[in-house]
Design a protein around this ligand. Structure first.
Ligand code: JFZ
Length: 435
């Protein structure tokens, strides 16, 4: 009887806790503010799939049998991998954090784990790449976030029967879902115990258990036990944020909202369209069209295009997480390096007008964006401004400085909120309005 009573109390208090509105802890609120200040991150998709040069979905897209895919483990030997040079590249580009794919849908762990043999230690490389990256990040003052797939094309206990993907190869029948949840918790515990401070855990794969990805009211066909997983993360590292790429409105326990290949609120992918919440936002994007290394994808976005994406994401109140897919050797293609260098040059020159700013309520347009910090508003041009430039802003401007040549900009007030600016330099990339 006593046991029953205690069990009832436990269940009721759990229900009570999760029916309450989720309030991030002070530690999380601080992480969120830093995250908002930091603006820019590097996403790294790298794993066994990189060997095949056909994106990170290659096992499913080409229905590769398990035995054949497993052989990739004997071939993964990134002898040119240098964690420090990756982290320095991110840093020079002006990125303040790295989101590393610790385990993608293929189920291969890019870290030393006790809970699966399918991991980096069993490759010819035999070293923990995540450990190397964590050490380099710490040394360089870059935050480390970890992507972790909750969908698994290999684990025998993953509920693939009701899943949408990974059907083209033989699978075991009917696994034990509780085992799978325990397995994920064990691995997440390793990730949050063995690699120092982790800024965020970035989950992905929820959509595998939905019939479609556009109806936002569908219930998944498995219980992902998010309350348990999220509270485990927050318990292990109280300042580690939780995010989930489920393409839905945020759930309790999530600390920022992800938008994949779309500006917040956009839906060019067909799986966007979720509400834009009041949480910090993050938009992730590719430099060509692939996440994992693709040998044939040459659709590189230009530096101006990347700059525009970045500025428009900032104007929408969102960070940008820009992806690279290194080769299996550990090299990063020169097309990527060139673009990162181009972006970095510009960002470093206008750093004070980017980091620590906040979006303002202003129409998104293709000419310029506005960002605010204290009593300053920054104008970043997407298109070079005309010599006589009419700026409509709902502010009382005291002075204007051209951040490209550091000169004072002459301006006339035409009428309330309308200013005529005399721009003396066609190359002008940004202005500082002092209010
Ligand atoms: C997901 C991953 O599948 C992808 O490999 C990559 O890691 C990206 C950042 O996140 O992207 C998705 C997720 C779901 C769909 C498409 C891409 N979907 O349901 O069409």
């Amino acid at each position: 009887m006593r046991k029953l009573l205690i069990t009832c109390c436990c269940i009721l208090s759990t229900i009570y806790l999760f029916s309450q509105e989720y309030k991030p802890s002070p530690a999380i609120r601080e992480s969120q503010q830093q995250f908002l200040d930091n603006k820019f991150g590097l996403f790294i998709h790298w794993g066994l799939y990189s060997i095949l040069g056909n994106g990170e979905w290659v096992r499913t897209n080409r229905s590769i049998p398990e035995k054949e895919y497993d052989r990739l483990m004997d071939q993964f030997n990134p002898y040119k991998f240098d964690a420090k040079s990756w982290v320095r590249l991110a840093k020079q580009t002006g990125m303040k954090y790295i989101t590393f794919v610790s385990r993608h849908h293929d189920g291969f762990s890019m870290f030393d784990t006790k809970y699966s043999d399918f991991n980096i230690m069993n490759t010819p490389y035999g070293k923990d790449v995540l450990k190397e990256l964590a050490i380099a990040c710490k040394e360089e003052g870059i935050k480390l976030h970890l992507y972790y797939s909750i969908l698994d094309w290999k684990h025998p206990d993953y509920h693939f029967e009701t899943g949408k993907t990974g059907k083209g190869f033989e699978r075991y029948q009917s696994g034990n879902w509780d085992n799978y949840i325990t397995f994920m918790k064990n691995q997440i515990t390793e990730l949050l115990t063995n690699y120092g401070e982790i800024g965020a855990i970035w989950l992905d794969g929820h959509w595998d258990q939905l019939d479609n990805d556009y109806n936002k009211d569908l219930k998944p066909k498995v219980d992902w036990k998010y309350e348990e997983i999220y509270s485990l993360i927050h318990k292990l590292q109280p300042s580690c944020m939780v995010a989930n790429n489920h393409h839905l409105n945020p759930l309790p326990g999530e600390d920022f909202q992800i938008f994949e290949k779309d500006l917040p609120g956009g839906n060019s992918t067909g799986f966007g369209g979720q509400k834009v919440s009041r949480l910090p936002l993050e938009m992730c994007e590719t430099m060509n069209t692939s996440w994992g290394y693709s040998i044939t994808d040459t659709a590189w976005k230009s530096v101006p295009k990347l700059k525009k994406l970045f500025l428009q994401s900032l104007a929408n109140g969102s960070n940008m997480l820009l992806n690279v897919g290194p080769l299996a050797t550990g090299e990063i293609q020169e097309q990527i390096i060139e673009r990162l260098n181009g972006l970095g040059q510009w960002i470093n020159q206008y750093a004070t007008a980017i980091y620590g700013t906040r979006a303002v309520n202003y129409p998104i347009n293709d000419e310029f964006v506005l960002l605010k910090k204290d009593s300053k508003v920054f104008v970043h041009f997407i298109e070079p401004p005309l010599k006589k430039f009419v700026l409509y802003v709902p502010y009382q401007i005291k002075t204007i400085k051209n951040l490209t040549n550091q000169k004072t900009v002459r301006f006339d007030k035409i009428e309330k909120d309308y200013y005529l600016l005399h721009i003396d330099d066609q190359e002008t990339a940004a202005l500082e309005l002092q209010l």
